[in-house]
Write a protein that binds this ligand. Structure first.
Ligand code: PMV
Length: 360
């Protein structure tokens, strides 16, 4: 499938107003996307667990207008957010060719997150995917062409990718792959697909407890972060490593080999951070408490043999991942030994989820 298939060719210049609402989850990458080519094309394939509780709920109201240009207002938790507008304007410019009705309507975008806005959890994946889904519902209303669910989801993921790369992995669940990979049938650089190969039942209800180590502003925006991979001395090897890790993960996901799963996941997290430490300019996004938590997890795993591991995003928070059947013992460990390292003792209990839902 190429970009051309996502261009909406005919639609009715309807005079109707309306409103749509979607909730869309965040996701946590097991093999990380870090580095992109022009047009939001990833340098390597990534794979993520879709989450369940951490989500964005977005309502888009629209009414016809006859003026030129984009017209929209954005609200977070009922409060007007002028500072969100430039990012959405850029998004609209990027996707206008595929959803040409954007300039025919005035939009009111009302959004809220189920997790604290300042928690340091990336809201761009859930936020951009929720907005893309709302726009697809509007496309469905104004277009005269029948649309299959699969096309709807693919185009929503395609649009979300143009807002924030990792957002394309938030439309469906429970494991999503983005980026063309020879070992994964139908994988694409243009949108995320549901992981099509066998997944062992241990992963069906995998848990993710997110330890909020640093709830401040992100030190490095992901746009800057991705750009630091251009001319990075280890970039090409990193892209090869990630693609090789995808291949190594395939038998692990089907067999439920948790030891290798944890090894791959933790190595990916540390490789991502190693890339940032070796960029110019360089960054250390982990905090002393991030390291303290990692060491505690390693010691606990060694001592108990329980399959608990971690991953990190481009920040200091720690995602602790483990199978549901070990939930009681691991939550007890988290409460007794890890929560003390969280800012204001805050953490979020989440688990693997099944993708976005239309509310209205
Ligand atoms: O979607 P972006 O551009 O914010 O990039 C996200 C990158 C990581 O979260 C660090 C990794 C990933 O694959 O989600």
């Amino acid at each position: 499938m190429t970009e051309v298939q996502f261009i909406l060719k005919s639609y009715s210049k309807t005079k109707e107003s309306g409103q749509v609402t979607w909730e869309s989850p965040s996701n946590i990458a097991l093999v990380k996307y870090w580095g992109k080519k022009k047009g939001q094309i990833p340098e390597n394939t990534s794979i993520s667990f879709t989450l369940s509780n951490c989500k964005t709920i977005t309502t888009v109201s629209f009414e016809p207008k006859s003026t030129n240009g984009f017209e929209f207002e954005v609200y977070l938790d009922g409060e007007k957010k002028e500072d969100f507008k430039p990012k959405i304007e850029t998004f609209f410019k990027r996707i206008e060719g595929y959803v040409p009705f954007l300039k025919d309507f005035k939009f009111k975008i009302e959004t809220k997150n189920t997790f604290p806005h300042s928690s340091g959890i990336a809201s761009s994946a859930s936020g951009m995917s929720a907005l893309a889904l709302c726009l697809m519902s509007i496309e469905q209303l104004v277009s005269q062409v029948e649309m299959t669910d699969s096309y709807f989801n693919q185009k929503a993921s395609f649009l979300a990718r143009l807002g924030s790369g990792s957002a394309c992995r938030s439309i469906e669940g429970n494991l999503v792959v983005w980026g063309n990979h020879h070992a994964i049938p139908k994988s694409s650089d243009l949108f995320g697909i549901k992981y099509p190969l066998e997944v062992h039942k241990v992963f069906h209800n995998y848990q993710d407890t997110i330890l909020l180590v640093d709830q401040g502003q992100k030190q490095v925006s992901s746009t800057i972060g991705h750009n630091l991979m251009h001319g990075h001395p280890f970039a090409q090897d990193r892209f090869k490593q990630a693609n090789a890790n995808i291949e190594k993960l395939i038998p692990v996901l089907s067999s439920g080999d948790l030891e290798t799963f944890i090894e791959l996941m933790e190595s990916e997290a540390l490789s991502l951070h190693a890339m940032m430490m070796t960029s110019l300019p360089y960054f250390i996004l982990m905090k002393p408490h991030t390291l303290a938590i990692i060491n505690k997890i390693w010691a606990f795993r060694k001592q108990t043999g329980l399959p608990v591991g971690f991953t990190l995003d481009a920040g200091a928070n720690v995602h602790v991942l483990y199978p549901e059947k070990e939930k009681n013992k691991i939550l007890e460990f988290i409460q007794n030994e890890l929560v003390a390292f969280c800012e204001n003792e805050q953490y979020i209990c989440d688990q693997i989820g099944f993708g976005a839902n239309q509310i209205q």
